[in-house]
Design a protein around this ligand. Sequence first.
Ligand code: HEM
Ligand SMILES: CC(C)=CCC/C(C)=C/CC/C(C)=C/COP(=O)(O)OP(=O)(O)O
Length: 321
Amino acid sequence: MQASSSLLASPLARFLGVLRVEGHDGDAALQDWVALLKPRVISLVVFTGLAGMAVAPKWPSVPVGLVIIACICIGAGAAGAINMWYDRDIDAIMKRTRVRPVPGGRVEPTSALVYAVVLSVASVVLLWLATNLLAAGILAFSIFFYGVIYTMWLKRSTPQNIVIGGAAGAFPPMIGWAATMGSLDVLPVVMFAIVFLWTPPHFWSLSLYACKDYESAGIPMLPVVKGARHTRWQIVIYTFILGAVSLVPSVVGQCGWFYTVCASLLDLGFIYYGLRVLFDKQDDKGNSLTKDKPARYAFRYSLAYLFFLFCGLLIDRVLLA
Ligand code: HEM
Ligand SMILES: CC(C)=CCC/C(C)=C/CC/C(C)=C/COP(=O)(O)OP(=O)(O)O
């Protein structure tokens, strides 16, 4: 088993080695340029954009649909690259992020910035040419919101950083819908609200066990400023609010029984994982005595929650309509 995986790994490693870019970014390989786009995070961002596009009453042609998805992917990735360029000082301090291409010294900061700006502009212009100004405008605003408002301002100045900044990651369903329809409606706005309210329990679960990193980098994340106990309560409160808002599509007649069942089950799951975080074994300051096991489960569950919730919506509106 080990032998066969190393057989597979070595051609791949050689292929990536061939693609090394020489010059100032002498040590940068293709994987570093890809890593600047935060590919794992944006995979789910792009999926929410795809969901926004697919649940709209009208579908684009296949080539236009592919361009829409590519533009959301490139735009979201470019925003991630702006974040990695600007945050290179704090990323160099945090264990989780110090190996990233810029603090790792494999990509020059200026190259990362040029790359991010070129991709941002290209994604917005291409989306405008392929679809309409509304979709391109929302994409441009989300890139600005994540790259500038969240990264350069909110992240370093308030523990509510990710609540407000979370709006950036919530726009893709609206972009997908607007690109197809040329306008907005109740459903894409509710999808925005779902991702917006999902972001705090998603991130605060992670921040409970990454708190030391953020503290050492001087970032005022909620557990750093208000402590673990306060953060645990906030996670539970947001899972309840999210649960209520996730059922709005059913209440306003935008979907049927299938979504309602999926959402209800997923909500119960999120509340369960949130309560496990709340009742984790703690010291008198609310710090975990279990290496934050429940918070790690809640973070992982948050990813599954959003993916399956939007799968439920897609199945309900596309296959069962
Ligand atoms: C302000 C809003 C958000 C913050 C602060 C945040 C923060 C984070 C952080 C710090 C990680 C760990 C990633 C890493 O180690 O590089 C993460 C992982 C992740 N986030 Fe978020 N997130 C936010 C919004 C979103 C949104 C809107 C989505 C998708 C819709 C998303 C999807 C993901 C995914 C899929 C992962 C797992 C990546 C992996 O497997 O490595 N996040 N998030
Ligand atoms: C369409 C569009 C522009 C969408 C933007 C999507 C997007 C990338 C949302 C933010 C998700 C994210 C990785 C936040 C990380 O926060 P952080 O930067 O504080 O985390 P870090 O500590 O890992 O750098």
